[in-house]
Write a protein that binds this ligand. Structure first.
Ligand SMILES: [Zn+2]
Ligand SMILES: [Zn+2]
Length: 304
C-alpha cells in the first residue's frame, strides 16, 4: 500500500532520516537495514546511501512487507567554498538525467581516487592491493575510503575504521587523495528539478568549523535548500542549539538522524537522534511542492 504525503503523524512517532546500507558504506543490505529500523522501534526511516538510489527497490520491498514508512533518499557528496558538504536529497526522481549524470561524476571520482590512496599506503610500507579493497566492498556501487579502512582492518594495520581515518584517510593524513564533489548550488537546483528536497547533513560536524555560516545558509535557503540536520552525533548540545536557532531564523526544516552504518560506524545506532513529526511533515509538504513545481506527480512514500 502507498501512503499519500498528507498523512497526519501523531506525536511519539519515531523518525530517522539518514541511514546507509551496503549499497554505499553501511554493513547491512537495504532489506536488513529496514528490518533493523522496524526492530529498533522506528515508524519512519530514510535510506540515504552515498550518491546512489541503488538500494531503494530492495528497501521498498522490505518496508512493504513489515509495515514501516520508507523515505527514499541519498546523500550527495557536494562542495561549497572549497569544503566538502554532504547534501541529503529526499524523494527525487532518480532517473532524472541531470541527477544521474551528477551522481555518476561523483561515483566515478570516488572510484578513481582509489589507486592514488593505495599508492600512498604502499609508500608508507603497507602491503595493500586493489583486490583487498574489492573483496570488502562487496555490493557497493562505488569503492570509497570506508572500504579502504575495512581492508586495512582485514590486514591488521588498524583496529577499526576510526583509526584508519584518523591515521591515514582523513584530509591532511598521508593516504588522503582529493576527489570530485558536485557543486552545491547546482545540486540544489538539480534535486529540485528532480522533484526532491534537500537537507544539509551534519552541517557543522565534519571539519570542526562553524561553516557554512548563517549568511551562507541564508543564501542556500534562498536557492532552494529545505532544511538542515541539526540533531546528529557529530554536533554537541551547544552546536545543536545554535543550528536550531539559525533554522528558525531562516525557516529551514530541522531534522535529526542517526547516520547509521550498521557496524561500520560506532555510536550511530538507529534512532539515536530523530526528527520531530511536525518537521517531517513540513519536509514532506515541501517535497510535494517541489514535485508540483517541477511538473511532476506528488511523490508517494512506501508504507506497509
Ligand atoms: Zn555524511
Ligand atoms: Zn551519512
Amino acid at each position: 500500500m502507498r501512503a499519500a504525503l498528507t498523512t497526519a503523524y501523531a506525536f511519539g512517532v519515531r523518525i530517522d532520516l539518514h541511514t546507509h546500507s551496503r549499497a554505499s558504506d553501511g554493513t547491512e543490505s537495504p532489506g536488513e537495514l529496514v528490518r533493523a529500523a522496524a526492530a529498533a522501534g522506528l515508524d519512519v526511516v530514510a535510506l540515504t546511501d552515498h550518491d546512489t538510489a541503488e538500494g531503494w527497490p530492495e528497501a521498498e520491498r522490505a518496508a512493504r512487507e513489515i509495515g514501516i514508512e520508507l523515505v527514499r533518499g541519498m546523500e550527495i557528496s557536494a562542495r561549497h567554498d572549497g569544503h566538502g558538504v554532504h547534501l541529503l536529497a529526499y524523494l527525487p526522481d532518480p532517473t532524472y538525467p541531470p541527477l544521474l549524470a551528477a551522481l555518476q561524476l561523483v561515483l566515478d571520482g570516488r572510484t578513481a581516487r582509489l589507486p592514488a590512496m593505495l599508492e600512498r599506503l604502499r609508500g608508507l610500507g603497507i602491503a595493500i592491493e586493489h583486490e583487498d579493497v574489492r573483496r570488502v566492498a562487496g555490493d557497493a556501487v562505488a569503492t570509497g575510503r570506508p572500504h579502504v579502512a575495512d581492508a586495512l582492518i582485514g590486514l591488521g594495520v588498524v583496529v577499526d575504521r576510526k583509526e584508519a581515518f584518523s591515521r591515514y584517510l582523513n584530509p591532511g593524513r598521508p593516504a588522503y587523495a582529493k576527489r570530485y564533489a558536485a557543486p552545491l548550488e547546482e545540486m540544489l537546483g538539480v534535486v529540485a528539478e528532480a522533484g526532491g528536497v534537500t537537507v544539509i547533513a551534519h552541517p557543522w560536524g565534519r571539519h570542526g568549523l562553524d561553516r557554512p555560516d548563517e549568511a551562507t545558509l541564508a543564501e542556500l535557503a534562498a536557492n532552494g535548500l529545505t532544511g538542515i540536520e541539526v540533531d546528529h552525533q557529530d554536533h554537541d548540545a551547544a552546536t545543536r542549539d545554535r543550528l536550531r536557532a539559525i533554522a528558525r531564523n531562516l525557516g529551514l526544516v530541522v531534522t535529526g538522524s542517526s547516520d547509521y552504518h550498521g557496524t561500520g560506524k560506532v555510536d550511530h545506532e538507529l534512532g539515536c537522534n530523530t526528527t520531530a513529526p511536525e518537521e517531517y511533515h513540513r519536509l514532506l509538504a515541501r517535497a510535494a511542492e517541489a514535485a508540483l513545481a517541477a511538473g511532476r506527480g506528488v511523490p508517494v512514500l512506501t508504507a506497509g
